[in-house]
Design a protein around this ligand. Structure first.
Ligand SMILES: [Zn+2]
Ligand SMILES: [Zn+2]
Length: 304
């Protein structure tokens, strides 16, 4: 009798746990058929033109991590692990001028996020060196693996006049406090206010994309040779999120990231619709995609 009751309890608990896991991790990545997120690419393209366009873009992998595939996308396997990269990008103009997009985490922030993956101090140093000479430094959003290189920069007082953070990024004090951004001493920078699109420099347009964080933005880059890149930040963690399209698992989205899930899913639909061979979407953490973009020469292998 007791054994039967115990089996019944185990069965009920199993169904409950399985149901929650299925709901939270497998089913809930559905992207809406129509997007309410408007990205007027024609307008962005026209804003990017004018002036001397950049020549090339380099990517530097500051650190790597390994996560179960299910963390990247609802319905993926919980047993297969995928490599993720933590990247910084350098947009290079003639005469060595440059703009930096995302700055990676420093070692401490990286180890807090994922102690199991390697951190490359010489590459973090290369990003820091490049930041010293850059004309502007922007981030796709205010998470530690993107803004950490600013917040923890040993050169903050030398670069702060070129740091471009948006009003929403600077207003997210809880997030910036978490990465140790030294607001009250070296960190004071002027907030950038813009509504939808902002031309940062010739060939570079910032695109507001609140959702993953309130201060998330995408960065469109048009090169002199005609190539176009769209840095989507963490709207997606893997290009499959855009290709299929399917979102992060509900449990990850809600309880790990704490993002505006609906906004992100609508952005994924918009990006899915904008896919074309001439527009290279760059997903910050997608290791396999980075390999392809480097192999085809869309992204350089290291900072200059
Ligand atoms: Zn993020
Ligand atoms: Zn990230």
């Amino acid at each position: 009798m007791w054994a039967a009751r115990r089996s019944l309890i185990i069965l009920v608990v199993g169904i409950l746990v399985g149901g929650i896991a299925k709901y939270g991790l497998l089913d809930e990545g559905e992207v809406p058929a129509l997007s309410t997120y408007a990205l007027d690419l024609a307008r962005v393209r026209s804003m990017a033109l004018g002036g001397e366009l950049p020549l090339r873009v380099n990517a530097e992998v500051v650190a790597k991590s390994r996560v179960p595939a299910i963390a990247l996308m609802a319905g993926n396997s919980p047993w297969v692990y995928q490599e993720m990269v933590r990247t910084a990008y350098q947009v290079v103009y003639s005469e060595g001028r440059s703009v930096i997009i995302d700055t990676g985490p420093d070692r401490q922030l990286h180890e807090e996020l994922s102690p199991e993956g390697p951190f490359y101090p010489e590459r973090f140093a290369a990003v820091q060196r490049a930041m010293l000479f850059a004309e502007a430094i922007v981030v796709t959003h205010d998470h530690p693996d993107h803004i950490g290189g600013i917040a923890r920069s040993p050169n903050l007082e030398h670069i702060r006049d070129r740091i471009v953070l948006t009003r929403e990024q600077l207003d997210n004090r809880e997030q910036l406090d978490k990465v140790g951004y030294p607001f009250d001493t070296l960190g004071a920078v002027e907030a950038l206010d813009y509504r939808q699109y902002h031309r940062l420099a010739p060939g570079i347009v910032l695109i507001k994309a609140p959702g993953h964080t309130p201060g998330s933005q995408m960065v469109f880059v048009k090169l002199a040779g005609g190539r176009e890149l769209l840095f989507v930040g963490d709207v997606a963690w893997h290009m499959d999120n855009i290709e299929i399209p399917r979102g992060r698992a509900l449990a990850i989205s809600k309880f790990v990231v704490g993002e505006d899930r609906s906004a992100v899913l609508h952005q994924l639909r918009a990006l899915h619709s904008l896919r074309s061979p001439s527009l290279h979407m760059v997903v910050s953490h997608d290791s396999a995609q980075l390999g392809r973009l480097r192999a085809s020469g869309v992204l350089g292998r290291a900072f200059e």
